[in-house]
Unconditional design. Structure first.
Length: 134
């Protein structure tokens, strides 16, 4: 799943405040244009939805010219340590209004920030394996 992060501070603000509710966050994304952020412990579950987000088409037109759109049925879910995610999104002086998020089911979370013409900073956030009971 590849999506443009919202230009507002909602994503960043939710992650910062989620530390109070648990250690880990489950991020679910749909290529159709939505993210769900969920934090829970034994007493409380907090969830927010970010939608509509712009999907990013990852197909290479030269190698796959028959592809018209991004696969809107694509979904992915990852579990991350909130403190590690916070350390990435709290970096100052980065233009967070030009950021993308990439999710690979239970395998990878990549946040990419464009900092100038042709310049990109990429952050790989470690993923915690999601067991079937979650």
């Amino acid at each position: 799943v590849a999506l443009r992060l919202p230009k507002t501070r909602i994503f960043r603000s939710f992650v910062e405040k989620s530390n109070k509710f648990g250690r880990n966050m489950i991020i679910s994304g749909k290529q159709a244009g939505s993210l769900t952020l969920r934090v829970e412990d034994s007493m409380i579950a907090v969830q927010t939805y970010l939608s509509p987000l712009d999907p990013i088409d990852l197909t290479d037109e030269e190698q796959n010219p028959s592809s018209d759109d991004a696969d809107v049925d694509n979904e992915a879910r990852v579990k991350v340590d909130i403190r590690k995610l916070s350390s990435v999104i709290n970096l100052q002086n980065l233009p967070w209004d030009n950021a993308n998020i990439y999710l690979s089911e239970n395998a990878a979370l990549l946040i990419e920030v464009r900092v100038g013409i042709g310049a990109v900073v990429r952050f790989h956030v470690p993923v915690i394996e999601i067991n079937e009971l979650e």
